[in-house]
Design a protein around this ligand. Sequence first.
Ligand code: ATP
Ligand code: MG
Length: 430
Amino acid sequence: MLRPPSFVSNALTRLIDAGYEALIVGGALRDTVLNRPIPDWDIATSAPCERIKDLFSDRKTYHLRHETVTIVLPGNRLEITPYRDPHGTLIEDLARRDFTINAMAYDSLRKNLIDPWEGRKDLAQRVIRATRDPDLRFREDPVRLLRGIRFATELGFEIHPQTRHAMEAHAHLLSRVARERIREELIKLLMCPHPSRGFRTLSDSGMLKQIIPELCEGKGVEQNIHHQYTVFDHALETVERVPPVLHLRLAALLHDIAKPRVRTPEGDTWRFLDHASESAHLTVQIMARLRFSRLLTEKVAHLIGIHMVEYTSQWTDGAIRRLIRKAGRENINDLLALRKADLLAHGTGSERTGSLEELQKRVTSALQNKQAPSIHELAINGHDVMELLHLEPGPHIGNVLQHLLEIVTDKPRLNNREDLLALLKKSPLP
Ligand code: ATP
Ligand code: MG
């Protein structure tokens, strides 16, 4: 049934020749049965960690969490983990695993699947079921609550009712899980083909309020005529519509996160004052809490802060260049992808994505013609300004350059030394 690639069978042989048991476990077995590509391989072995390191000392290895030795190859990863109890048996090791579909092992010598809790049956029936007693499994390690939902979302499986009940009963235990582990599971969930399904389960089972309570504030919060969905549903609809790139998925999830906090009545409808920048602020807090890197957080918050692009065909070329400059060339296409998903997720059928396509074309052509200069690409620099206007260094030099940049943004042909110096002489200062 399973034909492991040579780097995996070689690793198995090495361990077995050294006198240990070694079997394939984990995602590779699931993926084989489901006919999916296998990026990661896991081996469970009776060899202790130190012996694994010795046996693979010629390979580029490193210690990951706990006792796992990881071997990285281009495009693949192999994780070798000793049995949790060094004196225990394979069956005891499998018994400690979280879900039946993860508690199988493949013996490559006997070509035999060891499957004490009928994981293969659950795979066929597309069910996520905790091994043995679900309450105990979640109490032992509450991160399994998130793993269960993530597997169900990734594979499109249902969660077995008993497992589901146990999840609801133990949702509060997530407060004990290290935020880094929560973050890693959230990332995997966000990268699933249909993350909204997972977020709904998180919400319905009481887990979401443990990890991103701010998202729950949008539940049932009605908007205005432009929106068919509540704030919460709109966020999930938007996530579904951006490509599976982490910063885009995060930006989509959180782009309106502050809306419930800034909603104010206006006549018989609602308005959302400054919701983009407020959402960017709140996003920084949420991502810091979940221990996301500062770089990623800044990128996501930046996109959110400027996501309200209200394009019309009347925009001048200068306005296009200003938008590119505000977003940054490296972010402009992400911004358009986010805004397109946002508009499509209004659900009213009247989304103006046609005009966004026009905007995309104009942005692409401006980028191709290198028409969105930054201050560093002006044909003159701060020294020129100081010299010509007899000014001392200071922030006012930057203001002068900014002023020139605004002019050049509308009239790119003026971005040459002669014209800029002439401009300075004529009207020296903003
Ligand atoms: P993926 O690689 O997509 O996360 P996986 O099932 O291979 O899926 P790993 O994290 O690589 O997951 O772990 C390999 C195996 O180790 C799992 O299949 C499972 O049997 C076991 N395992 C991992 N984490 C836990 C946990 N928190 N509790 C119980 N068993 C776990
Ligand atoms: Mg794995």
